[in-house]
Design a protein around this ligand. Structure first.
Ligand code: 5GP
Length: 228
């Protein structure tokens, strides 16, 4: 009865540092690695101990990043807490055409640039249960010193106020529940009317007539109703 669009969707996921979007995204990829792909961003920030170059990010120098900006390499890029971060254009179209959903794990300015370019993308904000928990998570992560944590906290504070620019907000208190909520959002988005390419009638009216005429039980039922 309906023909759905075969292309994948862009799913933009943002949260303040320590908001837990990384864990949510890992869960999404574990649930369906075949039909989902996480874009690997390029950054000029320093490599942290838990980073895997080429997997968590592609690391470049500030100069190399600026060169790539000039070459038109990025779909979007931003300067976040003093470092460049950007989404490369490469692979995105191929993945979408192959019906694979593309996940972009980016901050709010990048998300707002994607919204201008691709308004039909899905924008999800992962919210920490409280700012206190957020700072705790940043401290436990142990990747930043006190000054950097404060900087990230201030940025997080500003980011939380931008939540209304997103389509959905999911509080990440219990991780599995947060993952399930995002799964539900993705499922619901697949049923959007604007994802329908075509509505068609799969049976002709004459065929329905024939079907009903051939159905003796249906005819008898009608007859007995008339007698009553
Ligand atoms: P972190 O330094 O903690 O890895 O990332 C800092 C912030 O940059 C996070 O909010 C992360 O989502 C964001 N980010 C990572 N890659 C990109 C990107 O390609 N574009 C934009 N706009 N933000 C990104």
């Amino acid at each position: 009865m309906i023909k759905e669009k075969k292309s994948g969707q862009i799913i933009v996921i943002s949260s303040p540092s320590g908001g837990g979007k990384g864990s949510v995204i890992s869960g999404l990829l574990k649930n369906d690695s075949e039909n989902r792909w996480l874009s690997v961003s390029t950054t000029s920030r320093e490599i942290r101990t838990n980073d895997i170059p080429g997997v968590t990010y592609n690391f470049v120098t500030k100069e190399e990043f600026e060169q790539k900006i000039e070459e038109g390499y990025f779909l979007e890029y931003t300067n976040y807490v003093g470092n460049y971060y950007g989404t490369p254009k490469e692979f995105i179209k191929e993945k979408l055409d192959a019906g694979i959903d593309v996940i972009l794990e980016i901050e709010i300015e990048g998300a707002s640039n994607i919204k201008k370019l691709i308004p039909e993308a899905i924008f999800i904000f992962i919210m920490p249960p409280s700012l206190k928990i957020l700072v705790e998570r940043l401290r436990r992560r142990g990747t930043d010193d006190k000054e950097k944590i404060l900087k990230r906290f201030h940025t997080a504070y500003k980011e939380i106020n931008e939540v209304s620019k997103y389509n959905y907000v999911v509080v990440n208190d219990v991780l599995d529940e947060a993952i399930q909520k995002v799964e539900s959002i993705i499922k619901a988005e697949k049923c959007r009317v604007d994802r329908i390419e075509e509505v068609y009638v799969d049976t002709k009216e004459e065929e329905i007539h024939e079907l009903l005429m051939d159905d003796k039980d249906f005819e008898n039922e009608k007859l007995s109703q008339k007698i009553k």
